[in-house]
Design a protein around this ligand. Structure first.
Ligand code: HEC
Length: 255
């Protein structure tokens, strides 16, 4: 098969598979709207939760600790409260865990989270809403090796790391028959079986702050890129102007 043919075939497969895949993940997937806030207070709380509860497994390797000055923290605050995986504030937010070890424990290596909000946005429209729903949708499930499952990420390899805060919930499912003998599981709601340290409103607020921070994390890189872009355009325009003036000067006597 020629290269072009192969390419066309891949395109065709992708075009057909894409709608199927999104269909399979379910029209019943309902996402809660994330009350995202980019106020420093929310972002700082989010950063604190992130380094305490997520950075043991997930890296945010495109973000350097000293970037946290952008959300109103001083270098001392960053060093004393948030740096567990680095010695210098110029270092990236690297993960504490070894990648291959993690893979052994969870079956999958926890992905880097720097741009996760944008990655999920391409799939679900809003990365923030997906994250906000995901982090609040863990439920107790004996059948899973970690003891946890998730309504928006079935058979997820990640345990419910915020369970002490949220408490322990179970999910109620109803079976639905489509009239042709095909049974589908339908999510009906959660039931809190063991309360956590926070009530629902507090927990939701904290998850919202965490999600805000994760969304913010994907942005600084984008802003730098934009700045570089403007700089490049400015330099090119200047060069164009200079060469235009030079051309005028050189051809002045020819006419
Ligand atoms: C004990 C290790 C561990 C901790 C701590 C942890 N995770 Fe995870 N996480 C995982 C693993 C493993 C996966 C991969 C799950 C899979 O693909 O089945 C994952 C997946 C995810 C995903 C889905 C990524 C995707 O594929 O889209 C998100 C989002 C996520 N984690 C966010 C968080 C956040 C936020 C925290 C902190 C509150 C956190 N995780 C803490 C292990 C962890």
């Amino acid at each position: 098969m020629s290269r072009t043919m192969k390419f066309l075939r891949t395109l065709a497969v992708a075009a057909f598979a894409a709608p199927l895949a999104s269909f399979a993940s379910g029209p019943e997937l309902h996402l809660d709207k994330a009350p995202v806030s980019f106020e420093n207070k929310s972002l700082q709380n989010g950063a604190k939760l992130f380094v305490n509860y997520c950075l043991n497994c997930h890296g945010a390797s495109y973000l350097r600790y000293n970037r946290l000055k952008d959300i109103g923290l001083t270098e001392d605050q960053i060093r004393d409260n948030l740096m567990f995986t680095a010695d210098k504030v110029g270092e990236q937010m690297k993960v504490a865990l070894q990648r291959d070890e993690a893979k052994q424990w969870f079956g999958v290596a926890p992905p880097d989270l720097t741009v996760i909000a944008r990655a999920r946005a391409s799939e679900f429209g809003s990365g923030a809403d997906w994250l906000y729903t995901y982090l609040r949708s863990f439920y107790h499930d004996e059948k899973r090796p970690t003891g946890w499952n998730n309504v928006v990420f079935e058979n997820v390899g990640m345990p419910h790391v915020l369970w002490e805060l949220q408490g322990e919930q179970v999910a109620k499912f109803a079976e639905k028959d489509d009239g042709h003998g095909n049974k589908t599981k339908h999510f009906e709601g959660f039931e809190l079986v063991k309360p956590g340290k926070m009530d629902k409103a507090q927990f939701d607020q904290n998850v919202a702050d965490l999600v805000s921070f994760i969304v913010w994390m994907g942005e600084p890189a984008q802003q730098t890129r934009k700045q570089i872009g403007f700089f490049v355009i400015a330099v090119l325009s200047l060069l164009a102007l200079v060469s235009f003036l030079l051309k005028k000067a050189y051809w002045k006597d020819v006419h």
